[in-house]
Design a protein around this ligand. Structure first.
Ligand code: SAM
Length: 327
C-alpha cells in the first residue's frame, strides 16, 4: 500500500520542474476573452460541450452544502456550476498565477465578462500552488475533509513522473472524507494511442488540434517501459499549446486503489454525450448552453473536427473508501 508520508518517494528533478513551469506559464499567459471573442472561437461549441459535461458531472455528484476541492481550477470557469449545486464551501488551487488572479476576480464579481450576476453564496479560498508537488493535506488541514474533489482537464499534467502522479492521488485521498467523491475529465489514452497507431509517423490531428509525440517514442518502448512520463505536445486552437502526458487508464485504475479510492465509472466523452442526452433535463441544459442544436450531433453547431477532439477525453468518478459519517 502507498504511504503518502514517505516523502522520499516524491522527489522532483529539475526537468520535471521546468515542464511544470512551462504548463503554468502557458495557462498564466492566456488572457480573458470578451464575450464576442469567445463566440468567435473555432472551438466555441467544443468549449460549450465540455462545460455541459462538467455541469452534468457536478449535478450528478454534488450535494447541497458540500465542501468542494477544485484541483487545477483555472480561471474559475466552474464557479457558477458549483453555485447552482448550492455547495457550502469551495477551495480552488491552480499553479498558474494569472489564472488564480482571474478566478479571484470572477469570484469577487468585479468583472465577470460572461454574465452579470449576484455574488456567489459560498465562501471560497483560492490558492496558487502545484497540486502535484505540494503536500496539500498539511496546507489544507483546516479546510478538510472535503465531500467532493474535482480535477477537470488537468490530471494528466501530473503524469510526468510517478512521484507527481502519486502526489496528486495522495492529496485527493488524504483530503476527501470517507465515501467522498472524486470527479474528473482527462485525455483518453486508449483513443490517443489508437490514433497514433493509425497515423503515419508521430503526428496526427485535424483543423482544430494536433498531437505530436517525441522522437524517442516507440510502440515497443511504450509497452515495455514506465507508464509515466510518456510525453506529447498538444495543440488545440484557441486553448492549449503545451506538453502533456499519457495516462494509461489501467495503471490509473490500479494506482487509485492504492490510495483507497475505487472507480465508480469511466466514460469517453462520446459515450457520455450519448448516455446523458437520454435524460430530458440534460438535453435542456445542452440546449441552453448551445453546444449541440437539438441533441443530435449537428453540423450547424459542433463541427466534425470539434467532435473528434471531444473523443480524445474521458470522464471518471472515484469514491474514497470508508463509511460516510453523515447522511
Ligand atoms: N479545471 C479548469 C477548467 O476545467 O476550466 C482549468 C482546465 S485547464 C485545461 C488546465 C489547468 O491545469 C490550468 O489552469 C493549469 O494551470 C492547471 N495545472 C496544470 N498543472 C498544474 C499543477 N501542477 N498544479 C495545479 N494546477 C495545474
Amino acid at each position: 500500500k502507498a504511504n503518502p508520508e514517505e516523502d522520499s518517494n516524491f522527489l522532483e528533478d529539475e526537468s520535471t520542474k521546468i515542464f511544470a513551469r512551462k504548463v503554468a506559464d502557458h495557462y498564466s499567459a492566456r488572457t480573458n476573452q470578451t464575450l464576442e471573442e469567445r463566440e468567435a472561437s473555432p472551438i466555441i461549441h467544443l468549449k460549450k460541450l465540455n462545460n455541459w459535461i462538467k455541469s452534468v458531472l457536478i449535478q450528478l455528484y454534488a450535494r447541497r452544502g458540500d465542501a468542494v476541492l477544485d484541483l487545477a481550477c483555472g480561471k474559475g470557469g466552474d464557479l457558477i456550476k458549483w453555485d447552482k449545486a448550492k455547495i457550502g464551501y469551495y477551495v480552488g488551487i491552480d499553479i498558474a498565477e494569472g489564472s488564480i488572479e482571474d478566478c479571484r476576480t470572477r469570484y469577487n464579481g468585479d468583472a465577470d465578462h460572461h454574465q452579470r450576476r449576484k455574488k456567489f453564496t459560498f465562501p471560497a479560498r483560492l490558492i496558487c500552488g502545484d497540486c502535484y508537488e505540494v503536500r496539500l493535506d498539511k496546507a489544507l488541514a483546516d479546510d478538510a475533509p472535503f465531500d467532493i474533489c474535482s480535477c477537470q482537464f488537468a490530471l494528466h499534467y501530473s503524469w510526468s513522473t510517478e512521484a507527481r502522479a502519486r502526489r496528486a492521488l495522495a492529496n485527493v485521498s488524504a483530503l476527501l472524507r470517507p465515501g467522498g467523491t472524486f470527479i474528473g475529465t482527462m485525455p483518453d489514452a486508449n483513443v490517443i494511442i489508437k490514433k497514433l497507431r493509425e497515423a503515419e509517423g508521430l503526428f496526427f490531428g485535424n483543423s482544430v488540434y494536433w498531437i505530436r509525440f517525441d522522437e524517442e517514442f516507440s510502440e515497443k518502448k511504450f509497452k515495455s517501459s514506465s507508464p509515466f512520463g510518456i510525453k506529447y505536445k498538444f495543440h488545440l486552437e484557441d486553448a492549449v499549446d503545451c506538453p502533456e502526458w499519457i495516462v494509461p487508464f489501467h495503471v490509473f485504475k490500479s494506482l487509485v486503489e492504492e490510495y483507497d479510492m475505487e472507480l465508480i465509472f469511466v466514460k469517453n466523452s462520446h459515450e457520455f454525450v450519448h448516455e446523458y442526452m437520454k435524460r430530458p433535463e440534460y438535453v435542456e441544459l445542452m440546449r441552453r448552453l448551445g453546444a449541440l442544436g437539438d441533441g443530435n450531433q449537428d453540423q450547424s453547431t459542433l463541427s466534425q473536427d470539434e467532435w473528434e477532439v471531444a473523443y480524445l477525453y474521458l470522464s471518471f468518478v472515484l469514491r474514497k473508501r470508508g463509511q460516510p459519517d453523515r447522511t
